[in-house]
Design a protein around this ligand. Structure first.
Ligand code: PMP
Length: 392
């Protein structure tokens, strides 16, 4: 199997697994049990992981809250901010802004707030998949209090200019959150360079374990305050109650350390392999077209419409390749990718789009094999066979 779906999840790095294993065995402990050495040792391991993550983001470790992943971090940022703001300020200033290409954990959290009476503006991307400062400036109102725009898009890999977007907000005293889940560990992500007040991430996107992530929340200039999502023992400075996931947090810290170390070589290597894959497919397949901005994007991702095919059927014809299609046949209908649709990509092109996400373990031989497999599958594709619609 050639795994080219690293935007969905990444395999655990061997160093991460080695770091985690003792914490499933004799190094167990409840980090809140400070009375005895077993608990204190667990707490020390958590703090050392927090420092490793802080080093990667150039943050203060006290600004990091461990969560169950980016879905929770996004919900905590958006709903936690809104709840605190509503309690502190009352009914005024209840306008939030997000974009239509966000992950559902951001979009649905904002939509939930809209159901509860908040006003919501959802910005569309350019046809190249970017949220521009001009579009954000046009959406900002005097009563805007929160903006949430992602750093890297999960389907296209496109990178928004977060520093410029966040500056627009800072100048107007509006808080800015970014979902950096697809970018952390792949490209350099520093909270002060971006100058954001909140940032979400997830360990399993950068060779750490699934089910653990973090939210960065700025402590100074300005101090951001959140209301927790749930009640409990007040762990994580009251922001996230619940016994800490000790092995998971240790794994997240180690994954951050390894990512920082490998990034200078890994990013250019993957960009080169990604470009080879993309160029060879564009050369061999006359109807192939890339989706999204070609420069402002993650080094390891390409989203390509490969021709007049149904991507799901094409993927089924390539069992030795793990890639993803943005559009899917659901039980009800052909579900078109929301991201590509908002970029004005035609339905036919969106239906034929494949997302390739390269990763740490991929070799150049694997990429050459993948190129050959895709070319052959597209050439052998029989359009007269069952299509998505006729199957329903
Ligand atoms: N945001 C983005 C951009 C993502 O790609 C994902 C994972 N698909 C998430 C948030 C959710 O992350 P998690 O799996 O940790 O909940």
């Amino acid at each position: 199997m050639i795994y080219l779906d690293h935007n969905a999840t990444t395999p655990l790095d061997a160093r991460v697994l080695d770091a985690m294993l003792p914490y499933f065995r004799d190094r167990f402990g409840n980090a809140a049990s400070r009375q005895h050495a077993v608990g204190r040792r667990a707490a020390e391991a958590v703090e050392s992981a927090r420092q490793q993550l802080a080093d990667l983001l150039q943050a203060d470790p006290r600004e990091l809250t461990f969560t169950s992943g980016a879905t929770e971090a996004n919900n905590l940022a958006i709903k936690g901010f809104a709840a605190y703001h509503a309690a502190a300020v009352g009914a005024t200033g209840r306008h939030i802004i997000t974009s239509s290409i966000e992950h559902p954990s951001v979009l649905a959290a904002c939509e939930r707030l809209a159901e509860e009476g908040w006003e919501l503006t959802t910005i569309d991307p350019t046809p190249q998949g970017l949220i521009t400062p001009e579009a954000l400036a046009a959406a900002i109102r005097p009563d805007t209090v929160l903006v949430s725009i992602m750093l890297a898009n999960h389907e296209t890999g496109c990178l928004n200019d977060i520093a410029a977007l966040a500056k627009l907000c800072k100048d107007r005293d509006i808080r800015f959150h970014t979902d950096a889940t697809q970018a952390v560990g792949k490209i350099s992500v520093h909270v002060d360079t971006l100058d954001v007040e909140m940032l979400s991430l997830s360990a399993h996107k950068f060779y750490g374990p699934q089910g653990v992530g973090a939210l960065y929340t700025r402590r100074k200039r300005p101090r951001v305050r959140l209301q927790p999502l749930f009640e409990g023992g007040g762990h994580e400075r009251g922001l996230r109650s619940g016994t800490l996931n000790l092995p998971g947090i240790v794994g997240l810290g180690e994954a951050a350390r390894v990512a920082a170390k490998l990034m200078p070589n890994e990013s250019p290597r993957l960009a080169q392999l990604r470009d080879r894959l993309e160029n060879q497919l564009l050369k061999a397949l006359p109807h192939a077209q890339p989706n999204g901005h070609l420069e402002r994007r993650l080094p390891h991702t390409t989203n390509l419409s490969v021709g007049y095919v149904d991507a799901e059927r094409l993927i089924a014809a390539m069992p030795e390749l793990a890639v993803s299609s943005a559009s899917a046949c659901t039980t009800a209908a052909m579900q078109q990718s929301r991201v590509l649709k908002r970029m004005n990509v035609s339905e036919a092109r969106a239906r034929a789009s494949l997302r390739f996400g390269l990763g740490r373990g991929n070799t150049s031989d694997e990429i050459d094999a993948a190129i050959a497999i895709v070319i052959e599958a597209v050439r052998n594709y029989n359009p007269s066979e069952t299509t998505c619609e006729s199957r329903l």
